[in-house]
Write a protein that binds this ligand. Structure first.
Ligand SMILES: C[C@H]1O[C@H](OP(=O)(O)OP(=O)(O)OC[C@H]2O[C@@H](n3cnc4c(=O)[nH]c(N)nc43)[C@H](O)[C@@H]2O)[C@@H](O)[C@@H](O)C1=O
Length: 326
Protein backbone atom coordinates (compact mmCIF):
# COMPACT_ATOMS: atom_id res chain seq x y z
CA UNK A 1 0.00 0.00 0.00
CA UNK A 2 1.11 3.56 -0.72
CA UNK A 3 0.76 6.85 1.11
CA UNK A 4 0.79 8.87 -2.11
CA UNK A 5 -1.78 11.46 -3.12
CA UNK A 6 -3.41 11.57 -6.55
CA UNK A 7 -5.50 14.30 -8.15
CA UNK A 8 -7.83 13.39 -11.03
CA UNK A 9 -9.09 16.27 -13.18
CA UNK A 10 -12.41 15.04 -14.52
CA UNK A 11 -13.22 12.44 -11.88
CA UNK A 12 -16.91 12.13 -12.75
CA UNK A 13 -16.47 10.55 -16.20
CA UNK A 14 -15.98 6.89 -17.07
CA UNK A 15 -12.19 6.91 -16.84
CA UNK A 16 -12.11 9.26 -13.85
CA UNK A 17 -14.35 6.98 -11.79
CA UNK A 18 -12.54 3.80 -12.80
CA UNK A 19 -9.16 5.38 -12.06
CA UNK A 20 -10.37 6.69 -8.70
CA UNK A 21 -11.37 3.16 -7.70
CA UNK A 22 -8.11 1.71 -9.01
CA UNK A 23 -5.99 4.22 -7.06
CA UNK A 24 -8.08 4.05 -3.88
CA UNK A 25 -7.66 0.26 -3.89
CA UNK A 26 -3.90 0.82 -4.05
CA UNK A 27 -4.07 2.99 -0.95
CA UNK A 28 -3.77 6.43 -2.60
CA UNK A 29 -5.42 9.45 -1.06
CA UNK A 30 -7.62 10.33 -4.02
CA UNK A 31 -8.83 13.82 -4.89
CA UNK A 32 -10.95 14.56 -7.92
CA UNK A 33 -12.33 17.58 -9.69
CA UNK A 34 -15.55 18.34 -11.44
CA UNK A 35 -16.64 21.68 -12.87
CA UNK A 36 -19.09 22.21 -9.99
CA UNK A 37 -18.64 19.58 -7.31
CA UNK A 38 -21.67 20.86 -5.40
CA UNK A 39 -24.12 19.98 -8.14
CA UNK A 40 -22.34 16.98 -9.70
CA UNK A 41 -24.09 13.78 -8.77
CA UNK A 42 -20.91 11.67 -9.07
CA UNK A 43 -23.09 8.74 -10.11
CA UNK A 44 -20.11 6.95 -11.66
CA UNK A 45 -18.20 7.11 -8.37
CA UNK A 46 -21.22 5.52 -6.69
CA UNK A 47 -21.43 2.83 -9.34
CA UNK A 48 -17.86 1.73 -8.71
CA UNK A 49 -18.30 2.08 -4.95
CA UNK A 50 -15.59 4.65 -4.34
CA UNK A 51 -17.54 7.84 -3.61
CA UNK A 52 -16.61 7.82 0.11
CA UNK A 53 -12.91 7.49 -0.70
CA UNK A 54 -12.66 10.49 -3.06
CA UNK A 55 -12.37 14.08 -1.89
CA UNK A 56 -14.04 16.21 -4.54
CA UNK A 57 -13.22 19.79 -5.54
CA UNK A 58 -14.71 22.27 -7.98
CA UNK A 59 -12.34 23.23 -10.80
CA UNK A 60 -12.82 24.15 -14.44
CA UNK A 61 -9.67 23.39 -16.40
CA UNK A 62 -10.26 26.34 -18.71
CA UNK A 63 -10.09 28.61 -15.63
CA UNK A 64 -6.47 29.01 -14.56
CA UNK A 65 -7.27 30.20 -11.05
CA UNK A 66 -9.34 27.18 -10.14
CA UNK A 67 -6.72 24.82 -11.58
CA UNK A 68 -3.88 26.49 -9.67
CA UNK A 69 -5.91 26.57 -6.47
CA UNK A 70 -6.74 22.87 -6.42
CA UNK A 71 -3.19 21.86 -7.35
CA UNK A 72 -1.81 24.10 -4.64
CA UNK A 73 -4.22 22.74 -2.02
CA UNK A 74 -3.82 19.05 -2.85
CA UNK A 75 -0.06 19.00 -3.68
CA UNK A 76 -0.51 15.70 -5.56
CA UNK A 77 2.29 13.23 -6.18
CA UNK A 78 0.43 12.16 -9.32
CA UNK A 79 -1.93 14.25 -11.43
CA UNK A 80 -4.26 12.71 -14.01
CA UNK A 81 -5.72 15.08 -16.58
CA UNK A 82 -8.90 13.43 -17.87
CA UNK A 83 -11.14 16.50 -18.05
CA UNK A 84 -12.51 18.06 -21.25
CA UNK A 85 -15.19 17.56 -23.86
CA UNK A 86 -14.87 13.89 -24.85
CA UNK A 87 -17.28 13.34 -27.73
CA UNK A 88 -15.93 13.41 -31.27
CA UNK A 89 -19.46 13.72 -32.67
CA UNK A 90 -20.33 16.68 -30.43
CA UNK A 91 -17.08 18.45 -31.37
CA UNK A 92 -18.43 19.16 -34.88
CA UNK A 93 -21.30 21.10 -33.30
CA UNK A 94 -19.30 22.69 -30.46
CA UNK A 95 -15.80 23.24 -31.85
CA UNK A 96 -14.91 26.25 -29.70
CA UNK A 97 -15.96 24.66 -26.39
CA UNK A 98 -14.12 21.50 -27.46
CA UNK A 99 -10.89 23.32 -28.27
CA UNK A 100 -11.05 25.43 -25.15
CA UNK A 101 -11.81 22.63 -22.71
CA UNK A 102 -9.13 20.34 -24.15
CA UNK A 103 -6.31 22.58 -25.41
CA UNK A 104 -6.62 25.56 -23.05
CA UNK A 105 -7.48 23.18 -20.20
CA UNK A 106 -4.27 21.21 -20.75
CA UNK A 107 -2.20 24.36 -21.06
CA UNK A 108 -3.63 25.68 -17.78
CA UNK A 109 -2.68 22.51 -15.93
CA UNK A 110 0.84 22.53 -17.39
CA UNK A 111 1.29 26.21 -16.59
CA UNK A 112 -0.04 25.81 -13.06
CA UNK A 113 2.34 22.89 -12.36
CA UNK A 114 5.22 24.97 -13.71
CA UNK A 115 4.19 28.19 -11.94
CA UNK A 116 3.72 26.47 -8.56
CA UNK A 117 6.94 24.48 -9.06
CA UNK A 118 5.01 21.36 -8.11
CA UNK A 119 6.83 18.08 -7.89
CA UNK A 120 4.04 16.04 -9.47
CA UNK A 121 3.93 13.44 -12.21
CA UNK A 122 1.37 14.37 -14.85
CA UNK A 123 -0.61 11.96 -17.02
CA UNK A 124 -2.47 13.49 -19.94
CA UNK A 125 -5.33 11.63 -21.63
CA UNK A 126 -4.47 11.69 -25.32
CA UNK A 127 -6.49 10.03 -28.04
CA UNK A 128 -6.11 7.73 -31.03
CA UNK A 129 -8.35 10.21 -32.86
CA UNK A 130 -5.18 12.25 -33.43
CA UNK A 131 -3.95 9.66 -35.94
CA UNK A 132 -6.92 10.01 -38.26
CA UNK A 133 -7.42 7.32 -40.88
CA UNK A 134 -4.06 5.53 -40.97
CA UNK A 135 -4.99 2.27 -42.69
CA UNK A 136 -2.48 0.25 -40.65
CA UNK A 137 -1.89 -0.14 -36.90
CA UNK A 138 -0.71 3.17 -35.39
CA UNK A 139 2.14 3.37 -32.89
CA UNK A 140 4.03 6.19 -31.15
CA UNK A 141 5.91 7.04 -34.38
CA UNK A 142 2.81 7.41 -36.54
CA UNK A 143 2.11 10.95 -37.77
CA UNK A 144 -1.01 12.78 -36.60
CA UNK A 145 -3.63 13.59 -39.25
CA UNK A 146 -6.60 14.73 -37.15
CA UNK A 147 -10.03 14.66 -38.82
CA UNK A 148 -12.33 16.34 -36.27
CA UNK A 149 -12.30 19.41 -34.02
CA UNK A 150 -11.89 17.00 -31.11
CA UNK A 151 -8.83 15.39 -32.70
CA UNK A 152 -7.27 18.78 -33.54
CA UNK A 153 -7.71 19.83 -29.91
CA UNK A 154 -6.24 16.56 -28.61
CA UNK A 155 -3.27 16.84 -30.98
CA UNK A 156 -2.65 20.38 -29.75
CA UNK A 157 -2.75 19.23 -26.11
CA UNK A 158 -0.47 16.30 -26.94
CA UNK A 159 2.23 18.59 -28.34
CA UNK A 160 1.92 21.04 -25.45
CA UNK A 161 2.60 18.22 -23.00
CA UNK A 162 5.63 17.17 -25.06
CA UNK A 163 6.83 20.77 -25.21
CA UNK A 164 6.56 21.33 -21.44
CA UNK A 165 8.42 18.07 -20.87
CA UNK A 166 11.26 19.17 -23.16
CA UNK A 167 11.36 22.87 -22.34
CA UNK A 168 10.85 22.82 -18.57
CA UNK A 169 11.69 19.26 -17.57
CA UNK A 170 8.19 18.46 -16.31
CA UNK A 171 7.42 14.81 -15.65
CA UNK A 172 4.51 14.81 -18.09
CA UNK A 173 3.36 12.15 -20.52
CA UNK A 174 0.47 11.30 -22.80
CA UNK A 175 -1.35 8.02 -23.11
CA UNK A 176 -2.65 7.73 -26.66
CA UNK A 177 -5.68 5.61 -25.88
CA UNK A 178 -7.80 3.84 -28.44
CA UNK A 179 -11.53 3.33 -27.77
CA UNK A 180 -12.20 1.78 -24.37
CA UNK A 181 -15.64 0.92 -23.09
CA UNK A 182 -17.51 -0.05 -19.94
CA UNK A 183 -21.01 0.22 -18.47
CA UNK A 184 -20.04 3.76 -17.37
CA UNK A 185 -20.04 5.06 -20.96
CA UNK A 186 -22.88 7.52 -21.57
CA UNK A 187 -25.29 6.54 -24.38
CA UNK A 188 -23.86 9.36 -26.52
CA UNK A 189 -21.12 6.85 -27.41
CA UNK A 190 -22.07 4.12 -29.82
CA UNK A 191 -21.30 1.03 -27.71
CA UNK A 192 -23.56 2.00 -24.81
CA UNK A 193 -26.22 3.28 -27.21
CA UNK A 194 -26.31 -0.15 -28.87
CA UNK A 195 -26.22 -2.18 -25.67
CA UNK A 196 -28.93 -0.09 -23.99
CA UNK A 197 -31.20 -0.38 -27.06
CA UNK A 198 -30.60 -4.12 -27.49
CA UNK A 199 -31.54 -4.75 -23.85
CA UNK A 200 -34.69 -2.59 -24.12
CA UNK A 201 -35.72 -4.26 -27.38
CA UNK A 202 -34.99 -7.68 -25.88
CA UNK A 203 -37.34 -6.76 -23.02
CA UNK A 204 -40.08 -5.93 -25.54
CA UNK A 205 -39.87 -2.13 -26.06
CA UNK A 206 -40.70 -2.56 -29.76
CA UNK A 207 -38.49 0.40 -30.74
CA UNK A 208 -36.00 0.46 -33.62
CA UNK A 209 -32.33 1.42 -33.26
CA UNK A 210 -31.00 4.14 -35.58
CA UNK A 211 -27.28 4.05 -36.31
CA UNK A 212 -24.85 5.82 -38.62
CA UNK A 213 -22.07 4.11 -40.56
CA UNK A 214 -22.01 0.42 -39.58
CA UNK A 215 -18.88 -0.34 -41.62
CA UNK A 216 -16.48 1.75 -39.50
CA UNK A 217 -13.81 -0.29 -37.74
CA UNK A 218 -12.47 0.35 -34.25
CA UNK A 219 -10.06 -1.12 -31.72
CA UNK A 220 -12.37 -1.44 -28.70
CA UNK A 221 -10.92 -2.38 -25.31
CA UNK A 222 -12.19 -2.79 -21.73
CA UNK A 223 -11.83 0.55 -19.92
CA UNK A 224 -10.86 -0.79 -16.45
CA UNK A 225 -7.69 -2.20 -18.00
CA UNK A 226 -6.85 1.17 -19.56
CA UNK A 227 -6.74 3.06 -16.25
CA UNK A 228 -4.14 0.54 -15.08
CA UNK A 229 -2.02 1.57 -18.11
CA UNK A 230 -2.34 5.26 -17.10
CA UNK A 231 -0.99 4.49 -13.65
CA UNK A 232 1.84 2.35 -15.02
CA UNK A 233 3.02 5.25 -17.20
CA UNK A 234 3.59 7.38 -14.10
CA UNK A 235 5.67 4.68 -12.39
CA UNK A 236 8.40 4.82 -15.06
CA UNK A 237 11.74 6.48 -14.23
CA UNK A 238 11.24 9.00 -17.05
CA UNK A 239 8.07 10.24 -18.78
CA UNK A 240 7.28 8.85 -22.23
CA UNK A 241 4.18 8.64 -24.40
CA UNK A 242 2.47 5.30 -25.02
CA UNK A 243 -0.16 3.90 -27.37
CA UNK A 244 -2.73 1.85 -25.45
CA UNK A 245 -4.83 -0.49 -27.59
CA UNK A 246 -5.84 -4.11 -28.04
CA UNK A 247 -4.36 -4.42 -31.54
CA UNK A 248 -7.58 -6.09 -32.70
CA UNK A 249 -10.08 -4.45 -35.01
CA UNK A 250 -13.82 -5.05 -35.46
CA UNK A 251 -16.49 -3.44 -37.63
CA UNK A 252 -19.38 -1.71 -35.88
CA UNK A 253 -21.86 -4.24 -37.31
CA UNK A 254 -19.95 -6.99 -35.46
CA UNK A 255 -20.46 -5.15 -32.17
CA UNK A 256 -24.16 -4.74 -32.99
CA UNK A 257 -24.51 -8.43 -33.87
CA UNK A 258 -22.84 -9.50 -30.60
CA UNK A 259 -25.01 -7.20 -28.47
CA UNK A 260 -28.29 -8.34 -30.04
CA UNK A 261 -27.23 -12.01 -29.99
CA UNK A 262 -26.61 -11.62 -26.23
CA UNK A 263 -30.32 -10.94 -25.77
CA UNK A 264 -31.35 -13.63 -28.26
CA UNK A 265 -32.13 -11.34 -31.23
CA UNK A 266 -31.02 -10.96 -34.86
CA UNK A 267 -29.83 -7.36 -35.14
CA UNK A 268 -30.82 -7.02 -38.80
CA UNK A 269 -34.49 -7.13 -37.78
CA UNK A 270 -34.17 -4.16 -35.38
CA UNK A 271 -31.60 -1.69 -36.75
CA UNK A 272 -32.00 1.11 -39.31
CA UNK A 273 -29.33 3.19 -41.02
CA UNK A 274 -29.78 6.92 -40.41
CA UNK A 275 -27.60 9.01 -42.76
CA UNK A 276 -28.07 11.96 -40.38
CA UNK A 277 -25.88 10.17 -37.83
CA UNK A 278 -22.85 10.13 -40.15
CA UNK A 279 -20.10 12.58 -39.24
CA UNK A 280 -18.89 15.34 -41.60
CA UNK A 281 -15.54 13.53 -41.68
CA UNK A 282 -15.08 10.01 -40.40
CA UNK A 283 -12.31 7.62 -39.42
CA UNK A 284 -13.13 4.40 -41.26
CA UNK A 285 -10.43 2.22 -39.73
CA UNK A 286 -8.69 2.66 -36.38
CA UNK A 287 -6.36 0.14 -34.73
CA UNK A 288 -3.35 0.54 -32.47
CA UNK A 289 -0.04 -1.18 -31.90
CA UNK A 290 0.69 -1.21 -28.15
CA UNK A 291 4.02 -3.10 -28.38
CA UNK A 292 5.90 -0.33 -26.57
CA UNK A 293 3.46 -0.50 -23.63
CA UNK A 294 3.87 -4.28 -23.50
CA UNK A 295 7.65 -3.94 -23.45
CA UNK A 296 8.06 -1.03 -21.00
CA UNK A 297 4.91 -1.16 -18.87
CA UNK A 298 4.18 -4.89 -18.94
CA UNK A 299 0.68 -3.92 -20.10
CA UNK A 300 -1.41 -5.78 -22.66
CA UNK A 301 -5.16 -5.78 -23.19
CA UNK A 302 -6.64 -9.06 -22.04
CA UNK A 303 -10.39 -8.67 -22.65
CA UNK A 304 -11.86 -9.55 -26.04
CA UNK A 305 -14.65 -7.57 -27.69
CA UNK A 306 -17.00 -10.42 -26.81
CA UNK A 307 -16.01 -9.96 -23.14
CA UNK A 308 -16.69 -6.22 -23.36
CA UNK A 309 -20.12 -6.77 -24.92
CA UNK A 310 -21.09 -9.49 -22.45
CA UNK A 311 -20.14 -7.34 -19.43
CA UNK A 312 -21.92 -4.26 -20.76
CA UNK A 313 -25.08 -6.25 -21.52
CA UNK A 314 -25.04 -7.90 -18.08
CA UNK A 315 -24.66 -4.50 -16.36
CA UNK A 316 -27.43 -3.02 -18.52
CA UNK A 317 -29.70 -5.83 -17.38
CA UNK A 318 -29.07 -4.76 -13.79
CA UNK A 319 -26.46 -7.29 -12.80
CA UNK A 320 -23.25 -6.39 -10.99
CA UNK A 321 -20.32 -5.96 -13.30
CA UNK A 322 -16.80 -7.10 -12.59
CA UNK A 323 -14.10 -4.60 -11.76
CA UNK A 324 -11.21 -6.02 -13.74
CA UNK A 325 -8.82 -3.43 -12.29
CA UNK A 326 -5.61 -3.76 -10.34
C1 LIG B 1 -10.57 7.23 -29.10
C2 LIG B 1 -11.86 8.01 -29.05
O1 LIG B 1 -12.92 7.08 -28.78
C3 LIG B 1 -14.21 7.67 -28.66
O2 LIG B 1 -14.55 8.37 -29.85
P1 LIG B 1 -15.38 7.72 -31.05
O3 LIG B 1 -14.56 6.64 -31.71
O4 LIG B 1 -15.84 8.83 -31.92
O5 LIG B 1 -16.60 7.00 -30.28
P2 LIG B 1 -18.15 6.83 -30.62
O6 LIG B 1 -18.58 5.70 -29.77
O7 LIG B 1 -18.89 8.11 -30.47
O8 LIG B 1 -18.15 6.45 -32.18
C4 LIG B 1 -17.54 5.29 -32.67
C5 LIG B 1 -17.84 5.13 -34.14
O9 LIG B 1 -19.22 4.74 -34.30
C6 LIG B 1 -19.81 5.50 -35.35
N1 LIG B 1 -21.27 5.56 -35.17
C7 LIG B 1 -22.21 5.01 -35.98
N2 LIG B 1 -23.45 5.28 -35.52
C8 LIG B 1 -23.27 6.01 -34.38
C9 LIG B 1 -24.20 6.56 -33.46
O10 LIG B 1 -25.42 6.43 -33.58
N3 LIG B 1 -23.67 7.25 -32.38
C10 LIG B 1 -22.30 7.40 -32.21
N4 LIG B 1 -21.83 8.06 -31.13
N5 LIG B 1 -21.40 6.87 -33.10
C11 LIG B 1 -21.89 6.19 -34.16
C12 LIG B 1 -19.12 6.83 -35.25
O11 LIG B 1 -19.29 7.59 -36.45
C13 LIG B 1 -17.69 6.40 -34.98
O12 LIG B 1 -17.04 6.06 -36.18
C14 LIG B 1 -14.20 8.66 -27.50
O13 LIG B 1 -13.89 8.00 -26.30
C15 LIG B 1 -13.17 9.76 -27.75
O14 LIG B 1 -13.07 10.56 -26.58
C16 LIG B 1 -11.85 9.16 -28.12
O15 LIG B 1 -10.81 9.70 -27.79
Amino acid sequence: MTTRTALIFGVSGQDGALLARFLADKGYRVHGTSRDAQVSGFANLDRVAVRDRVQVHSAATNDFRSVAQVLSEVQPDETYLLAGQSSVGLSFGQPVETLESIAVGTLNVLEAVRFLRLDTRLYHAGSSECFGDVGTAADEQTAFRPRSPYAVAKASAHWMVANYREAYGLYACTGILFNHESPLRPARFVTRKIVAAAVRIGAGSGERLQLGDLAIERDWGWAPEYVDAMWRMLQRPAPEDYVIATGRVHALHEFVAMAFASVGLDWQEHVDFDPGLRRPSEIDHSVGDASKAARDLGWTASSSLQDVVARMVAAEQGGPWPMVVG
